[in-house]
Write a protein that binds this ligand. Sequence first.
Ligand code: RB5
Length: 151
Amino acid sequence: MKIALGCDHGGLNLKAEIASYLKSQNIEFKDFGTYTEESCDYADIALPVAEAVVAKEFDFGILICGTGIGIGIAANKVPGIRAALCSDTFSAHATREHNDANILTMGERVVGKGLAIDIVKAFLGAEFEGDRHVRRLEKITKIEEKYRNNK
Ligand code: RB5
């Protein structure tokens, strides 16, 4: 399994905790930054991570900002991305099972390190259930196609 990891300055510390968890589990990952506490814009990190996930260079993305909201909104603008903001373990496995989410987002100012790692475990450990959920995802793809302008 390969993970694309990214954060803005608001998610720097939690990203480091997740990176060390992934390392401890021998889960391969690439850190797309940011790498310092200097203020930056979450969309600049969300875009390369989302593009790499859609290109199937990585199985999943994990994106962290202060709330997990901005970086998730930005990632979800890339067609094919289903980024899910999770602050609990139930949502983390349910979004894999029902939404086939391909990016997990969390907020460093929202969840503590212990819960965040449990959320990562729940997300990466769950599988898409297919069945009726496929039809629902196809409808999301149709919405993307309706508004796609190829620029
Ligand atoms: C940065 O201060 C903060 O706005 C950002 O990390 C995130 O919480 C936005 O959604």
